[in-house]
Write a protein that binds this ligand. Sequence first.
Ligand code: DAH
Length: 351
Amino acid sequence: MGDVMPLKEIEANLEHWEKTILGASTVQELERLKADIIGKSGVVTSAFKLLKDVPSDEKRAFGERLNVAKSRIENAITQQRRKLEDYSILEKLKNETVDVTMPVENDHFGGLHIITQSLRRIRDYYSARGFLVLDGPEVETEFYNFDALNIPKHHPARQSHDTFYLKRCGDMLLRTQTSCVQIRAMQKYGVPLRMISIGKTYRNDQLDATHSPMFHQIEGLVVDTKPITVGHLKSELRKFLEFFFETDSASLRFRPSFFPFTEPSMEFDCRYTKKDGRLIITGQGDKWIELGGAGMVHPNVFTNCGMKEKCYGFAYGLGLERIIMLKHGITDIRNLFDTDQRWLRYYGACA
Ligand code: DAH
């Protein structure tokens, strides 16, 4: 028992130990102090052995005093450990700061995604030709997405768009088409008007090689008080597609169709060929591929937009992903929304 420090001495040393602990400058030093004082064979732990020789009426008080000593040491250790940890984090932050002005060693700089590149290229093309390049909200009202486009409630055309309605938000929905921007544009700018809008649209479609619940549409609208004909529409679309596909002459075909907001309505196809097993639009070839819808603006749409004058106009809409895929021979739309670095690098997203 000779080695065991008596309780009185422990209590006399407490303040000194606490000071030493709170002055420890490393975690290792702290661990050593902990082992010496309250570890398995530390001075405080060993003093519990004295308990058996203490008269029974003093045992309780003795135990309590030893526990107080133990918890004072524990508290000091916890306090200092926290301090040392905080300090080491701060040191780390100080030493590991990134100097963003340092020259980069590898050559993988970021780049624009092929969708962004194409979108900007098309916008530039149209704005250089005097078109207004407009945006509209992706969260729309039923009025702009359907009613104003001459698609009344219960019209079967509404069912063909598998719409995402926003719960508890009145008549709000995710727009299913960019045609709603036509309405906003006519309300705001009146006639004459030449505009395009490119943006995201949403439909409750299952994701597969050719469908995505989110895709981009390109919407064009030309309105005037002077007569505008289907001939203008055809020529406009041909010019755009020749520009986009970078071909001298694109052969287009127009088929009668139905859209509530145009009369007459049509769908248009472009000739294509296959090169190395991949679909490549050249504007020439023996096969046809559907690209989008178009038509002469329905008089009801002009009325819904509050146009006072007699107006003429044409409109068209097509999917951005679709023409990008055709131009570049991409066969799966999911690639466009994936993060495969090799694919992205190949298509220019990691220049
Ligand atoms: N909004 C139509 C769709 O999503 C495409 C379309 C057809 C747009 C005819 C037009 C148009 O502007 O005139 O299916």
